[in-house]
Ligand binder design. Sequence first.
Ligand code: NAP
Length: 284
Amino acid sequence: MILDGKALAKKIESKIAQEALEFQKIYNMKASLHTILIGDDEASRIYARSKIKTLKNLNMDGEIHQLPATSSQEEVINMIKDLSSRKDIHGIMVEMPIPKNLDKNAILSNINPIKDVDGQNPINLGLLMLGIEDHVPSTPRAVIRILEEYNVPISGKNICIINRTPVVGKPLTMLMLNRDATVQVCHSKTRNLEDLTKSSDIVVVAVGKPFFLKENMVNENSIVIDVGINSYNGKIVGDADFDHLLNKVAMITPVPGGVGSVTTMLIVEQTLRNAQKLMKNQGI
Ligand code: NAP
């Protein structure tokens, strides 16, 4: 069975469009997301543009702030502080990757936590550890939303996550633990990965390597969530060997049309939720 992220994204989209219109009528302004793009990473530019396009189609607003790769730490932080203080902005995010000379944690710490649409401010990551899920990174949230949409139980299940980054693996581990799963977090130094994936109920793969998760790493009851987005022979493919796994496993997400579609929509949804909360509390 294919877990259709595109269909779920459409479902969320139709709900948001109506709510965003109501927000605009009540407050005479649009819920608005501003993203900061540092340098010239082509994939980041495409993601940023696609988010803004989606926002604008849904009675919301958005803007990309382009900074040169040579920007200093101070310049980036000053821009984040300016955006954070504006009452007409409800969501802020910094597109990754950023140039290596910049201190990522220092930059993300300056995003106002209540406008942090991708849950990357250390305060929000810390709250997630305490089980408070107000501003959670969008990709792991998309994984959970897909499982919930298809009524896949998480409580008591064995989950294998192949990724330990603060964007995917670590926050997803917390989301899974908060839902009573037993989690194994794997990475490039993990031994016997095949045994671990094969004996898990749900496998989440996010290594950034096409066809990484193969038939010998799953069983017929496996549920495979493919987070990977790779360019391969001019096509976008995931990290799972989809064609060979489709008839072998119980459920699998496609790429494209899986986790990525839901991730974008959740950032848009979070922008609206922030806007509703901020305006209810009269601004910042
Ligand atoms: P990343 O920073 O390179 O992290 C990759 C992770 O995979 C690391 O934890 C790494 O382990 C692990 N890994 C690499 N090779 C491995 C191996 N041979 N065996 C086991 N683990 C291995 O990449 P990322 O930014 O997290 O992204 C991963 C993939 O997800 C990419 O394809 C990216 O495009 C995609 N992505 C998709 C979304 C979405 O919304 N769908 C969002 C973010 C990322 P170490 O920690 O030991 O290096």
